[in-house]
Each structure stands twice: as C-alpha cells, then as structure tokens.
Ligand binder design. Structure first.
Ligand code: HPA
Length: 288
C-alpha cells in the first residue's frame, strides 16, 4: 500500500512501530540498519532474530519491482539490539520520498538512536577502484521529491531541520577508528542522490564531480533526512561498486553492482560488526 504525506503521519509511524514492538518481547532496538543492494546478508548475522515481512507492517511501501519487498530483522549483535531493514524501496519504483523514508521513521520510533545507512554507489572519484568503502561525510540531494514536503508535525521534528552535521562527526571518527583497527581502507566523501533508474550519463557524472560529489546512487538521502528530522544520529557508508559512467568508458550494469557488493561483503560486514561493538563500548547508545 502506498501512503501519502499527510498530517496523520505521526499516528501511522507509531501504529507500525506498535506492530513491531508487540513481537519483540520487551526488547528496544538502539541501532537501526538500512542494508543496501547486495549488503542485506548482514541481517542474517543478528542473534535471536525476529523477522517481520514488510507486507505485515501498515504503511510500509512494498516493492512493486521485485515481488520480494524485504523484511525487518530485529536481533542482537555487538552488544546492541538492532533493527535491520533487509531491502528498501526507491523513488524510481514510483514511491514518494516520504513513503520511501517511512520505514526509517519507524526504526527511530522503535528506539533507534543511531541509524546506519548503507548503499551501493558509483564512484565519481577516479582514484577509487570498485570495492572501495566510502564513509559518507555529507550529501547532495538531486532527488525531485523531498520526504518532508507537506504538513510538518512538531511531534516528529522541526519544520526546518538543521543539516550541518547530518552525518554525526563523532560517529564518523568512531567508524574511522574501527576501520583503522581492522586494517580496512576507508575513503570519505560526499554522496550524491540521483533519481535513477538510468545510471547517469557521462555528462551528468562530470557535473556531479564538479559540484563536489564523490559517489552517486539512488537511495539513502530520504532516510537520512527523516532520521535527522526525528533526532537520530546517522552513519552512512557507501560501497563503491563501479566507477560512474564515462570514467572508464565501460558500460554499467546491475550485475557489476551486485558482484562487487558480494566481493566486499566479508569486509563490509566485519566493519559493521566493529562499529556496533564500538557504539556499545563507547556508550554511544546510552546506558545499556
Ligand atoms: N550510479 C547510480 N547508482 C548506482 C551506481 C551508479 O553508478 N552504482 C550503484 N548504484
């Protein structure tokens, strides 16, 4: 079911959260995880999992494209209770940004204080080979819909949210520490959200390089905006699955995207594990 931005958003978010909470036996997730293309396997690492198909959750947009919309997995990892989205919908499927971001609101309503958002992205920086992991420092939003467009409910967040530290600097420092300790080379840069579903043209890629982008993809920004709106802190990580169009001259394909994501899967999941453990031990999730 597609939902519409309207002033009952607060109630719809909490209605969906209540359905999830009823299945959790009193557990409160402190970390939300949104797992991007080819990266969803991490949800299978969560211990004592509760799995809930998106179709069971009121207001969750269901993918029209793959028939398999995905599910929430709630479980324990690295000392933290996590709620993971295994699969997400995108604007190019025909959803509004507010609907794409609705599940992220539910994660925060469930208690997530930190949202870790991951994606597969094309590299704009020619120095980065496919397989590079990039910590998102900031973003540029070229999507043609905004998740906060419409009436604002102050119970969810402010009308004009500040985006100065959309990707929490102290958590970026934590992620860099974890990567260094694991010997994982981690790039850092600006993620550019493009509407898709075509990959960019080489001219668009040149434009995105000129305006300061380092990686480009078709997701993430709506979820980050609503998480910030609701006061959660955000960590964003892109898996650079390919060099963006025109950089090498080779044609882009979704197969290349998923192949690269699969190749870096172990490194990526190890990094996520280290991040969860560090969030717990450094007290970033509040009192246990
Ligand atoms: N462009 C946009 N989205 C993507 C890309 C890309 O090159 N690779 C993976 N997702």
């Amino acid at each position: 079911m597609t939902t519409h931005a309207s002033d009952d958003l607060y109630d719809r978010v909490h209605a969906a959260a209540a359905v999830v909470r009823a299945r959790l036996g009193g557990r409160t997730p402190a970390v939300g995880l949104i797992l991007g293309s080819g990266l969803g396997g991490f949800a299978d690492r969560l211990a004592d999992p509760v799995r809930i198909d998106y179709g069971e959750l009121p207001g969750f947009p269901v993918s029209k494209v793959h028939g398999h919309a995905g599910r929430l997995v709630i479980g324990e990892r690295g000392g933290a209770t996590c709620v993971a989205m295994q699969g997400r919908v995108h604007l190019y499927e025909g959803h509004r940004a507010a609907d794409v971001a609705f599940p992220a609101r539910v994660l925060v309503a469930l208690g997530a204080k930190v949202l870790i958002v991951t994606n597969a992205a094309g590299g704009l920086n020619p120095a980065w080979p496919p397989g590079t992991l990039m910590l998102i420092r900031d973003h540029l939003d070229f999507l043609r819909d905004h998740p906060l467009r419409g009436p604002n409910d102050e119970r969810l967040g402010p009308r004009f949210p500040d985006m100065t530290t959309a990707y929490a600097p102290e958590l970026r420092a934590l992620v860099k520490d974890v990567a260094a300790a694991q010997g994982v080379a981690l790039a850092e840069g600006v993620y550019v959200a493009m509407p898709g579903p075509c990959y960019e043209t080489p001219a668009e890629v040149r434009m995105l390089q000129i305006v300061g982008g380092d990686a480009t993809g078709m997701s993430t920004v709506p979820e980050v905006i609503v998480a910030r709106h609701m006061g959660a802190r955000v960590i964003g990580i892109s898996c650079i699955t390919n060099q963006a169009a025109g950089i090498t001259g080779a044609a882009l394909s979704h197969d290349e995207v998923t192949e690269t994501a699969t190749r870096v899967r172990a490194t990526f999941e190890g990094l996520l594990d280290g991040i969860l453990a560090a969030l717990t031990t450094r007290g970033e999730l509040g009192a246990a």
